[in-house]
Structure formats: C-alpha cells, structure tokens
Design a protein around this ligand. Structure first.
Ligand code: ATP
Ligand code: MG
Length: 468
C-alpha cells in the first residue's frame, strides 16, 4: 500500500502511478454519460476543482452499460460544492456529501477521501473522514473494478489499482488482501456476491476462501446496514442466485439472523431458510424480468420476512379462519412485537411505520376480496404497496389469479406510498463505525411475542443499535 504522503500534489501530477486510457482506448461513449453529469463536472472544474466520475459508474461505463447513478469525487470541500449549485444540499454526518439536483437527476458529489485510519494491522476501520487525493480515494474502495476514475473533460480513465486488468479478466478482487479488506468492513463480503452474481464475474479464489472463513463476522455489523444490503439483492432480478450464493459461502445465516427473533420465525426457516424463501425469490426475479411496476425494496423485504415467519402470520394476513385465541395472539403480535422485530431486524424508523400500514392494508384487501375493484381501502395509505405485496405472495397464498390481476390493473391510479427505502447518509464508502456497531440487546424471550412494546428514549427506532 504505497500511498502518497504529500497531500499538496497537484491534480495533474497525481495521475502519477496510474494507468491512464485516452478517449480512443477505452470505448466509453459520450451518450453513456448523462448531460447533467458533464455540466456539474465542468462547473466544478471551471471553479478550479478537478472532478472525476468514480466508483460503480466507471465500471459500468467500461462494461458498456449505462450507469444507474453517477458518483463524483472532487477536490472541493462540501461547502464549496454547495455554493456553486442552487439545488444542492449537504447530507451525512461522518462524511459529508453534496447531493446536486440537476436536469432531473441527482448527482452525488464527495470530496476525495484519504485512506481511513486503522487501529493496527488488519483492524476494522475506526475513522473514515479525512480529505485526500484521487489516489487515496481510489485505495479506500472495495474492489479494484469499483476503484477507477473517469475524467469527463479529457475523456480518460484513471486506474491506480489494476481495475482495468481485472475488468478484462472478469475477476473480482479486493484492493488489499481479502482478509484485511473484510476485516475493515465485513459488508464487503455481501457486496462481493452482488457483483459476482450481477456481472457474472469470478471471485478471486483467495477471496472466496476468505469469505467462507470469515462469513460470521458480518453478525456484529449494525443491523440497518445489513437490512439495506439485503434489500438491494431482492429487487434487482438476481435474488435466487444471490441468496444461493450466500448459502454456499455461509453468509445466509448471519445475514438473516432469524434466531434473534425465534418467536416470529417458522421452525423450518430457523433450520434452513433457503428452501422456504426460494419460491418467493423466484417470484421477485420474475417480477423484475417482466419489468412490471417497480417494487419498493421495503415491500420486497416485508414479503421475505413474512415468508420466513410462522405460518400463523401469513394466515392472519390472508384472513384465513382461525381459532379465537390464536387470532388474538397473532393480532397482538402485529400490534406490538412485529414493529419491534422489524426495527431490530434493521428497518429504519422511516420504514417500520409504512411497513405496518402496508400489512394492515394487505390484510384488509384479503379480508374483503370480493370488493377488490372498489375496495373502500383504495384510499388507504399503502394500498398500492399492499397490492404489490399480495401479488408477490400470490403463489404462496393460493390466491385467485383474477383477484390479483384486478389489483395490478389498479396500480397506475393508486398513489405511491412514501417509504424511506435507501437511507443515503453514511452509505457512501459504507465503512462502518464500530461505535455504532453494538447489536441490539435482545431480552431473552419465550416463544410468544413480547408482552409489551418497549420504547427507547421515547421514540421507537431511534438510536437502535447505536448504544454501547
Ligand atoms: P451499484 O451499481 O449496485 O450501485 P456501485 O458500485 O455503484 O454499484 P454503491 O453501493 O453505489 O455501489 O457504491 C458506490 C461506490 O462506493 C462503489 O463502487 C465503491 O467504490 C464504494 N463503496 C461502496 N461501499 C463500499 C464499502 N463498503 N467499502 C469500500 N468502498 C465502498
Ligand atoms: Mg451506485
């Protein structure tokens, strides 16, 4: 890891040590880059702040794909960036980013970041908030293919890390030894599966061995990061392949952490979750393939947890007949235990409440099926998402096709329920803060749901997992 110590290096000379490919050499085309990105880069550069496209966007450009979003890195500080654009706001606490709204897209601009300070050899990252050079910024990323830069003004690719070679060989490789990289941030093991499955790349064999050995190290990661990562695997069209891979590598159990909420999950799911969830994952993939209405990741996750839950919960949702005392027990759980479980499992406060609305709406739809078209609940919050959830679970609930079709036909006229799906702050470069790492302390529980909803610091969801 030979990083420059001299922070004063000018932008141009800082390409030193990098492989630079000019416009004729890399095959990226101008039309792959959104015009808003070109304008943002050009305005920053004119103000004296060299700026690069970085991360996954460069990888996608080189693979001939159109990136789904563009991350920029610049030498300007967040305040300086904000001052240059009208529609800009600073987000994030530990490391601040600027979100610029321009020509209908949001461009994320970060200041070049220095290599994080480590406690020692192969220790997890303690702090990741110092400004640095483009080269340092490259070396703090996860995989070589995600660590290249693209300069839209000279139209050149800047590669300090050997990403071009790995891209050509279709290999996923960490920047340092996998052991060091995954100790720094265990979530990278999940990300490795994401890129392997989505891009069809191979894992460097040492990486694969390391993941198998270190899989359980994801357990202490703050739950909402794991939940966010899990969501990303559900809606992209690669759910079955990804979760199979998690299982193979030993990542599935620590990721799902079902044993922390034994009262909610079904016995067979606790033992072996994959077969139980596969039909649902297939439904998600089929949905993505048919390019239907977009499913919110929160809804997708909710469906997954229900599939893995005790059958009583789904039976209740589907308004199946049930003995009075069983019914009462389940209702109590939905009122008290389930919101807590969702929050402890990793959903954010902004997701838990909408999730409960959606469940309520789904129950109401399934209870009054005959009213489908003119269901009084069509004005309920979350009704659109409830229909999506019902459609995804249709195979499992043995629902009548025509009933589901009616609901799907309604979708375009139903309002989208606001759900905070992707918490942006602190995501970028996603190294985790060990101070925020303590897993939620679960009180030992019996088989039933907790009797009373616990409140923490007055508001549910706040500070969860951040104690300690
Ligand atoms: P996608 O196309 O799925 O969005 P991406 O590569 O853009 O893939 P993001 O999660 O959007 O992935 O992250 C953007 C970039 O930030 C990555 O390409 C990588 O360089 C860096 N990054 C993200 N997470 C981490 C991490 N945990 N450790 C190091 N670098 C990371
Ligand atoms: Mg991205």
């Amino acid at each position: 890891m030979n990083l420059p110590t001299d922070r004063q290096t000018t932008f141009e000379s800082s390409w030193e040590g990098a492989t630079v490919l000019g416009p004729e050499e890399h095959g990226v085309q101008r039309k792959q880059i959104h015009p808003a990105v070109l304008e943002v880069v050009s305005r920053l550069s004119k103000a004296g702040h060299p700026t690069l496209v970085v991360g996954g966007a460069v990888r996608d450009l080189l693979l001939g794909r159109t990136p789904k979003d563009f991350d920029l890195a610049t030498s300007a500080r967040p305040e300086q960036v904000k001052a240059l654009f009208q529609q800009a706001r600073i987000i994030g606490r530990r490391f601040r980013l600027v979100l610029i709204r321009h020509k209908g897209i949001t461009v994320e601009v970060a200041t070049f970041r220095a290599e994080p300070s480590r406690k020692g050899e192969a220790a997890m990252i303690m702090r990741d908030n110092r400004f640095g050079t483009p080269r340092e910024d490259a070396f703090r990323r996860d995989f070589t293919i995600n660590a290249m830069g693209f300069d839209p003004l000279t139209f050149s690719v800047i590669d300090y890390v050997g990403g071009l070679k790995d891209l050509k060989q279709r290999t996923l490789r960490t920047l340092f030894s996998p052991q060091v990289s995954f100790t720094e941030d265990p979530v990278r093991m999940l990300r490795a599966v994401r890129f392997q499955v989505r891009l069809g790349f191979q894992m460097d064999p040492e990486m694969e061995r390391t993941i198998r050995a270190m899989a359980t190290e994801i357990s202490p990661v703050v739950r909402h990061r794991l939940a966010e990562e899990t969501q990303r695997f559900l809606t992209g069209g690669f759910a079955v392949a990804s979760f199979q891979r998690f299982q193979e590598l030993g990542l599935l159990k620590p990721l799902l952490a079902l044993q922390d909420h034994r009262w909610f999950f079904a016995h067979d799911a606790l033992e072996n979750a994959l077969p139980k969830m596969t039909p649902y994952l297939k439904a998600l993939d089929a949905w993505a393939e048919e390019e239907r209405e977009k499913v919110s990741p929160t809804v997708a996750l909710l469906g997954l947890l229900l599939m893995l839950g005790h059958p009583d919960y789904l039976a209740f949702l589907a308004a199946e007949p049930m003995a009075v005392d069983r019914r009462r027990k389940v209702m109590n759980a939905f009122r008290r235990g389930v919101p807590d479980m969702l929050a402890e499992w990793g959903l954010l406060k902004g997701q838990v409440d909408p999730a409960m609305f959606i469940l309520l709406a789904a129950h109401s739809l399934l209870r009054d099926r005959w009213k489908a078209r003119f269901h009084p609940g069509r004005l309920m919050g979350g009704i659109r998402e409830a229909w999506l959830l019902v459609a995804l679970l249709a195979g499992h609930l043995n629902l009548d096709r025509s009933f589901v079709a009616k609901g799907l036909a309604l979708l375009p006229e139903l309002p989208v329920f606001p759900i905070l799906d992707h918490p942006r702050p602190d995501r970028h470069g996603g190294v985790y803060d060990p101070r925020a790492k303590t897993p939620p302390r679960l009180k030992p529980r019996g088989e039933g749901p907790p009797a009373k909803r616990r409140r923490r610091g007055g508001k549910r969801g706040r500070g969860r997992g951040t104690g300690g």
